[in-house]
Design a protein around this ligand. Structure first.
Ligand code: SF4
Length: 465
């Protein structure tokens, strides 16, 4: 299996490289601001009720997470009644193994996939490829990043970081077709290739946006029709779904579908909403065999954590990425994870461990914009703050000067005489220009400039007069 794309521990260096990349800066700014503009327009459809809808969405998702055991039992029973085979995977390796086993049992090696963050999370493609399968991503953006051997850089816009010239070059190099930078021409060429893959695929693998516990229907939302073909043309369909994607009743979809499309792409409704309920024995409409793999991979651990469990409410709309000043500069790849931006900074340390992803909760200005935009009202800033506190309490702050610095700062603010002495020293250093080299602060910000005299000094002076 090829080396993992995901290295959250490299965030500081990767973010610095991204900030220095002028082209990336331009494209990130344009794309994120464009999405935010579109979203603002369509949210205006609900001038009085958007906040009420957010509250309702929050409550429904919270209920599902609070009753996850019952929800999953109900979902499993409904799916099995519909003829879908349900599996539980505790972790990445189990999910990969179950998928491979199903494919092998059905002699399927040619696979089409529709975009799925959950399969990115478990890095399914390299595993299947290492086991003799051909896996083709069929969402256009996802297909492009797959050709370029890289992971998506955004939850809903996987190739957001690439220009049409770069895409033209990728198509020329990897598909051997004539160079073009015309988006329509490139799309048509990709469509021709993918159509052929659909027709010859022996299995289709998809993610799941919402799994309805009451009816057992799996809902996949998309814009290109590729998920529909992936889940209906091949004889075998495997859906891989994080256990948190369950919602209690299908009737609640109305609210989520409205909010998801608006928050994700600024559309009133996604172009295709696929409802997948049961296999079709005579192949008239859909696959003959359907499997659902419910993936835990750390989710029950998150659920048991009262301070962080609300991160499981996420519906993967990507709005918090677009609005985040850190994502807008660092881009998705810097996070070194399937999940990026504020939600990635919260989920990745929980999925991968705080030691490996300890810099991510600090990749935020705590401006609060992510919490304000989140359609399901996840308190992202508070969660980032909680993770920061835990990392600091665990004494994992790096480098060592930061740990020592924080201890010194604590002792200083608790001791007025010492605070004043250090204040004087700081003002002297500032006058001599020494504060211009404060590590980690001055490269990205204006140097700290203290007032010419402290409040205490001025107070004493005023009292004397
Ligand atoms: S945390 Fe909220 S805003 Fe961010 S992707 Fe999830 S649902 Fe969307």
């Amino acid at each position: 299996m090829s080396e993992s794309h995901f290295h959250p521990e490299r965030f500081p260096a990767a973010a610095r490289a991204a900030v220095a990349n002028e082209y990336l800066q331009r494209v990130l700014k344009k794309a994120t601001h464009h999405s935010l503009g579109l979203r603002d327009e369509v949210v205006k459809d609900f001038p009085d009720t958007w906040e009420t809808m957010r509250d309702a969405a929050h409550r429904i998702r919270h209920f599902a997470i609070d009753h996850l055991d019952e929800m999953l039992e109900q979902l499993t029973a409904s799916c099995e009644q519909n003829g879908v085979v349900v599996h539980f995977a505790r972790d990445t390796q189990e999910a990969r193994n179950i998928t491979l086993e199903i494919l092998q049992q059905n002699h399927a090696t040619k696979i089409v996939k529709s975009k799925s963050m959950t399969t990115e999370e478990i890095e399914l493609n390299p595993f299947l490829e290492a086991n003799g399968c051909e896996v083709v991503e069929t969402d256009l953006g996802e297909y492009i990043v797959q050709l370029n051997n890289e992971p998506p850089s955004h939850i809903t816009a996987p190739a957001l970081h690439l220009s049409r010239q770069q895409i033209g070059k990728i198509f020329q190099d990897k598909l051997g077709i004539e160079y073009s930078e015309d988006p329509e021409e490139l799309t048509l060429k990709a469509r021709g290739i993918l159509r052929n893959k659909f027709l010859h695929a022996e299995a289709g693998i998809s993610g799941v946006n919402f799994a309805c516990a009451d009816t057992g229907r799996l809902v996949v939302v998309e814009n290109e029709g590729n998920a529909r073909l992936t889940t209906s043309l091949p004889k075998l369909h495997i859906a891989i779904c994080g256990i948190e994607k369950v919602i209690p009743k299908e009737k609640f979809l109305a609210i989520f579908l409205r909010m998801l499309a608006r928050s994700a792409t600024g559309q009133r409704l996604s172009t295709y909403t696929n409802f997948l309920s049961h296999p079709s024995p005579n192949r008239a409409a859909g696959p003959q065999i359907m499997h659902l793999i419910l993936l835990d991979n750390g989710r029950t651990k998150i659920m048991a954590d009262p301070a962080l469990r609300e991160s499981l409410l996420c519906i993967r709309c990507g709005a918090c990425l677009n609005v985040c000043p850190v994502y807008q500069r660092a881009g998705g790849h810097a996070y070194g994870s399937a999940y990026m931006g504020p939600i990635g900074a919260v989920l990745t340390p929980q999925f991968r461990g705080r030691e490996i992803a300890q810099s991510l909760p600090f990749a935020s200005s705590l401006c609060g914009a992510c919490g304000e935009i989140c359609p399901v009202k996840i308190p992202l800033p508070q969660q980032l703050w909680t993770l920061r506190s835990r990392i600091a309490e665990g004494d994992q702050l790096r480098p060592a000067f930061e740990r020592v610095g924080m201890q010194q700062w604590r002792e200083t603010v608790l001791n007025p005489a010492r605070y004043e002495r250090y204040g004087k020293l700081f003002r002297l250093c500032s006058r001599l220009g020494l504060t211009k080299i404060l590590p980690g602060w001055t490269p990205q910000r204006s140097p700290l400039t203290p007032a010419p005299s402290s409040f205490r000094e001025r107070w004493r002076k005023e009292k004397k007069q």
